[in-house]
Design a protein around this ligand. Structure first.
Ligand code: NAD
Length: 497
């Protein structure tokens, strides 16, 4: 909710040039716990003047930071890793309160974030270039990697910590200075993480945070001193950021939305499949860009999988993510709940049968929370609109195909390509799927094929705009400029010594 009227909740500050500062905002967005509707804080909708101040601080910090040896730069990250480990329960609690996911899910998210800090600690090796002597007699040629300057990241609501850490550690380890724009709906986790980063003694201006919404995003896209932007969010905004920032010649990596499919073959281990696919579809209340959203059953799997998944999904305990035993929390907001309920209704209207219907859920003790229970839609027509639309909620649609080829063809028609999975016990089918499936992250008997930090996160089609992805070696290439040096020294000079 956006308002110019001040509520009692504390106003967040930006972090600029090594200090917490009030933004020049006149508008604020409430940060609301979606399980209880308690207002936790107010996010300032910062202005382009706030962006300018942060970019200037980052630009001023760049020359000295760039000259700091990589082995010294990563010492701050080693300290940060230790601090994040020590405060993991506190950080996970903040994430659960602002985002709604369960405490266990929030802790697992933090762990994936820490993994990126660990990988970036290897920059003194990963950032190395290479040399070839005597490309012609007495002439040597080398490729070296140099930081870009000021870089920025714009992140979504569903992983407040992990997605910020897909970018921050690599960017600064490579010698860049950094501006982060958290999601205005969940800014508190990275606020606390920044307080921990501050404790490492990181020089001022190396990392800055500007809170806000689209005005901050557009100001970062247009700013002449920002050299590169990493974006994660919905496809329409990813496209907007990609094109707008390209107009000022920036390097971009923009991750967009998703509609992920799993194909279930009749020979699959159904006990394994139902558990893993249920975790994938309903974990984090379906608000994961790698959540399975459509299960395509082949042959007899239509009945066996339908019965198994309905039973597994109906057993999921929904409630406040801080309460023990809860397996699924609320979706991010009341507005989001309404949007998802509308999509379930549209699916039913288009011909699907709701085997489980999560609309109008009320959880005792949390009546105002934005809860849905898991929904399973059977027989969604292949040509229905919902079959190709991202829902981003706890809804799994079941579709039937006669062969694996027909299933893969259906995946090809999807505009998205973030993830595709196959459940089978047949190696040849698995290889065919790995070879032909049109998506960037492939799972074989895996429900959430999330790449470890040392591999890139490879979305395709409308799920990614750019060339170099986040994480792994791609991150190092994205955050560095390649320079080629061809070098000759006169032999006469050596004779002097
Ligand atoms: P969103 O696109 O609404 O917001 C993402 C960021 O863009 C936020 O920081 C927001 O402030 C900003 N923003 C929103 N509207 C804008 C506009 N009109 N102009 C400029 N900036 C704008 O996304 P969200 O709702 O926060 O996150 C959910 C989406 O993110 C889903 O579509 C999901 O699939 C996607 N996602 C993708 C990945 C991936 O790796 N591909 C990962 C996580 C989430």
């Amino acid at each position: 909710m956006s308002s110019a009227v001040l509520s009692a909740a504390p106003e967040l500050q930006n972090y600029v040039n090594g200090e917490w500062r009030r933004s020049s905002a006149t508008e604020f967005v409430d940060v609301t716990n979606p399980a209880t509707m308690e207002v936790l804080a107010r996010t300032p909708i910062s202005t382009s003047a706030d962006v300018d101040a942060a970019v200037k601080a980052a630009a001023d910090a760049f020359p000295a930071w760039r000259r700091t040896p990589p082995g010294e730069r990563v010492q701050y990250l080693f300290k940060l890793k230790t601090l994040l480990e020590e405060h993991i329960d506190e950080l996970a609690t903040i994430t659960t309160r602002e985002n709604g996911k369960t405490f266990g899910e929030a802790k697992a998210e933090m762990r994936r974030g820490i993994e990126n800090v660990e990988v970036a600690c290897g920059i003194p090796m990963m950032m190395q270039g290479h040399v070839l002597e005597d490309v012609t007699p007495g002439v040597d040629e080398m490729q070296i990697r140099q930081p870009l300057g000021v870089v920025a990241a714009i992140v979504p609501f569903n992983f407040p910590a992990m997605i910020s850490f897909w970018f921050l550690p690599y960017a600064i380890a490579c010698g860049n200075t950094f501006v982060l724009k958290p999601s205005e709906r969940v800014p508190l986790t990275m606020h606390r993480a920044m307080e921990l980063l501050e404790k490492t003694g990181l020089p001022k201006g190396v990392v800055n945070i500007v809170n806000g919404g689209k005005d901050v995003v557009n100001a970062l896209c247009d700013h002449p001193e920002v050299r590169a932007i990493s974006f994660v969010g919905s496809t329409p905004v990813a496209k907007h950021v990609y094109t707008r920032a390209a107009a000022s010649g920036k390097r971009m990596q923009c991750q967009g939305g998703a509609k992920n499919h799993v194909i279930v073959l009749p020979d699959a281990d159904m006990d394994l499949a139902k558990q893993i696919i249920s975790d994938s579809a309903f974990g984090c209340a379906g608000q994961r860009c790698l959540a399975v959203s459509v299960a395509v059953t082949i042959g007899e799997a239509q009945k066996t999988f339908r019965d198994a998944i309905t039973q597994a999904a109906s057993a999921i305990r929904v409630g406040n993510g801080m309460d023990s035993g809860v397996q699924m929390g609320p979706v991010i907001s009341g507005q989001s709940k309404q949007r998802i309920e509308g999509m379930i209704s549209a699916g039913v209207k288009e011909g699907a049968k709701a085997l489980l219907d999560g609309r109008n859920t009320k959880i005792g003790g949390y009546e105002s929370g934005s809860f849905l229970t898991p929904t399973v839609l059977d027989g969604l027509p292949l040509d229905s609109q919902l079959a190709h639309t991202e829902i981003f909620g706890p809804v799994l649609s079941l579709i039937h195909a006669n062969s694996i080829d027909e299933g893969i063809e259906f995946l090809r028609r999807s505009p998205y390509g973030n993830q595709a999975s196959l459940f089978t016990t047949n190696g040849a089918a698995a290889r065919k799927f790995r070879y032909e499936a049109p998506a960037g992250n492939i799972g074989i008997n895996i429900g959430v094929a999330a790449p470890m930090a040392y591999f890139p996160f490879s979305g395709w089609k409308e799920s990614f705009f750019g060339i170099l992805h986040g994480q792994g070696r791609d991150a190092v290439e994205f955050y560095t400029e390649s320079k080629i040096v061809v070098e000759r020294w006169s032999r006469q000079e050596t004779r002097k010594f």
